[in-house]
Design a protein around this ligand. Structure first.
Ligand SMILES: *[C@@H]1O[C@H](CO)[C@@H](O)[C@H](O)[C@H]1NC(C)=O
Ligand SMILES: *[C@@H]1O[C@H](CO)[C@@H](O)[C@H](O)[C@H]1NC(C)=O
Ligand SMILES: *[C@@H]1O[C@H](CO)[C@@H](O)[C@H](O)[C@H]1NC(C)=O
Ligand SMILES: *[C@@H]1O[C@H](CO)[C@@H](O)[C@H](O)[C@H]1NC(C)=O
Ligand SMILES: *[C@@H]1O[C@H](CO)[C@@H](O)[C@H](O)[C@H]1NC(C)=O
Length: 383
């Protein structure tokens, strides 16, 4: 009897694991594009027409190529580190990369700045075409809400090698031309280069968009209730972005993950402290223009840590500023205020600011449900 039950259990577990694996593989496709997605002949033709204007960068902004730092090998046991970490250490000091796609007038001209209330800054690798397309139709749509202007910028590096890299660069160039919402730099997209992306953006913002009042820094797979955000920011006493604000889901008392199998493994050779300062989970947080400029200034002297959200916390800490928690932000995707509330329920989503993680199709449906006037929500779920 017992043995039989045990076998059944094992079978059930194995089946469940199988399903989980299928789900994992299904939700993380290697490439969003099948091989025949583009007719590359016609793409090349289109691209040839736009190439000159879209990709010729301004000569003054091109920094020299950053050489690897061979002294990185001096750290103890360098040879035992993974390629990813060795690579990070070689290039850790590199902070400027050529810009491939720029948006010099996104925030107006220096003599005539645009009145941008909320700038949505969305980290999006080149391949995430579908995420960007859906975001442009939903929460990241450029518009005014309550009389306040919302603008969107996707930030990207380069990905792939050879022909693939070229194709993805062309894709971004086409989107840039059509939507005017892509910033791209010539560095390789990787988990450990996300901090670099963040710093490159802050440098750009400091130069090109210092007047934006607030920004939402987020991933392209989150649901961000940008209408709520505008209303929340408007309700603040200091609502023109000139005071400190950094809010999201605060993570406190965390430290580096020393387990080598983890995606976020940070060895002693990269960070020898035991703990991180408080920071906001990277899937989505809001900050004021003032705080963005303070972080940028501090970033010049804070050594790069490959975990981008922690790095922002380190810069805040260096400026003696603190992040705050907003109850409507759930970057872990599991934080639901009550067990009886469904993450997909529009009444729950009506109250949130940011929650992840959703497929492009779910985002599309949810955005419409949240705006469906027929859905009446009783009590306020979050306050
Ligand atoms: C691709 O586009 C080109 C130019 O528009 C056209 O001549 C060619 O027939 C197309 N090829 C395929 C396989 O559709
Ligand atoms: C490039 O930009 C100039 C002015 O900015 C415009 O007149 C010209 O038509 C553009 N060329 C192409 C190929 O888009
Ligand atoms: C690293 O080692 C090289 C030679 O092995 C030496 O020239 C260099 O000064 C060392 N760098 C540091 C920072 O210790
Ligand atoms: C970051 O980007 C640079 C420039 O493309 C590249 O040399 C480096 O290997 C990348 N670092 C990681 C950790 O991927
Ligand atoms: C922003 O608001 C403060 C008061 O909270 C005011 O002193 C300051 O002049 C305002 N700045 C701008 C640029 O409007």
């Amino acid at each position: 009897m017992l043995r039989k039950y045990g076998v059944k259990n094992i079978i059930a577990t194995v089946t469940l694991l199988g399903i989980l694996l299928i789900v994992i593989f299904y939700t993380e496709p290697e490439s969003a594009f099948p091989d025949d997605y583009f007719n590359t002949t016609s793409l090349l033709e289109t691209y040839a027409l736009t190439e000159k204007n879209a990709t010729t960068p301004e000569p003054e902004t091109q920094p020299p190529k950053c050489e690897p730092n061979m002294n990185a090998e001096n750290v103890s046991n360098f040879g035992s580190l993974s390629n990813q970490i060795q690579d990070f250490l070689y290039y850790r000091h590199c902070r400027s990369f050529p810009i491939i796609l720029d948006l010099p007038h996104k925030c107006g001209r220096p003599d005539k700045p645009k009145d941008i209330f909320l700038l949505l800054v969305i980290k999006s690798p080149p391949n995430n075409f579908e995420h960007r397309e859906v975001l442009r139709k939903t929460w990241a749509k450029e518009r005014s809400h309550n009389g306040k202007k919302i603008q969107t910028i996707f930030i990207s590096g380069t990905d792939g090698y050879g022909y693939d890299k070229e194709r993805l660069n062309k894709l971004l160039a086409l989107e840039h031309k059509q939507h005017g919402d892509i910033l791209q730099w010539n560095f390789k997209e990787s988990l450990f280069n996300l901090t670099l992306k963040q710093i490159l953006f802050l440098e750009w913002m400091n130069r090109r968009c210092p007047h934006a009042c607030f920004l939402l820094n987020g991933d392209d797979d989150v649901f961000a209730h940008t209408d709520n955000m505008v209303e929340y920011l408007q309700s603040l006493e200091d609502n023109n972005g000139t005071k400190h604000l950094f809010t999201g889901q605060v993570i406190e008392n965390a430290g580096p993950i020393r387990w080598p199998q983890s995606k976020y493994f940070v060895p002693l050779q990269v960070y020898d402290g035991n703990s991180y300062p408080a920071y906001c989970g990277g899937a989505g947080y809001l900050m004021s223009g003032y705080t963005a400029s303070v972080i940028y200034e501090k970033s010049k002297s804070v050594e790069i840590l490959p975990i981008d959200d922690v790095y922002m916390g380190m810069c805040l800490d260096a400026a003696k500023l603190k992040p705050t928690t907003h109850m409507g932000v759930s970057t872990l995707g599991w934080y639901i205020p009550s067990r009886t509330v469904d993450k997909y329920h529009p009444c729950f989503l009506k109250e949130v600011l940011v929650i992840h993680k959703f497929s492009p199709a779910s985002l599309y449906i949810l955005w419409h449900e949240v705006h469906n006037p027929k859905i009446k929500c009783g009590t306020q779920l979050l306050k």
